[in-house]
Design a protein around this ligand. Sequence first.
Ligand code: HEM
Length: 154
Amino acid sequence: MGRSGRSGRGCREGRHLATVAAPAPAKECLYNRLGGEKPVKTVIGLFYMKAFTDDRIKHWFEGLNKEKMEMKMAGFLKYGFGAETTYKGRDLTTGHADLVARGLCDADYDVVGELFVASLREAGVPEDLVDEIVTILESCRDAVLGRTAAPAAK
Ligand code: HEM
């Protein structure tokens, strides 16, 4: 990529190129392009309302506190959608290991994806952002279902 290196801390490559070409404006992270905390929380609320009542997957959520789940997901999506660089909760594999042991599978994952996308559309999220999120959801599949290798040992 050639961005790191000799130019010094806080010094952007683009500045040196200013006489040649204007640097491309930094793209806002997905979280901000969605409108930030409020709209993301709206989506999360819609999503868990569906997840806790959908006959295909509601058994997974039985006995769990919806508000707590919403808070965890809100924290995770700040990270997943690029507003933060770290997530303090359990990683996706650890967080779902008990469920995988009890049979959580691709079909469940597909339903969660379907309900999340329905929630995005219900909240009026534009289709290009929905597409971006579908890609992110798909990239989490193997971690949630315990099919990725554990993070490299330190
Ligand atoms: C896009 C895929 C998914 C993401 C990003 C996601 C995200 C999360 C996060 C961040 C947590 C909290 C982990 C923690 O810190 O404790 C969690 C827990 C949980 N997730 Fe997911 N999840 C996904 C898929 C699924 C699926 C497919 C199901 C079931 C149909 C599911 C059901 C649950 C349940 C029941 C918990 C609570 C587990 C516990 O506390 O024992 N998730 N999820």
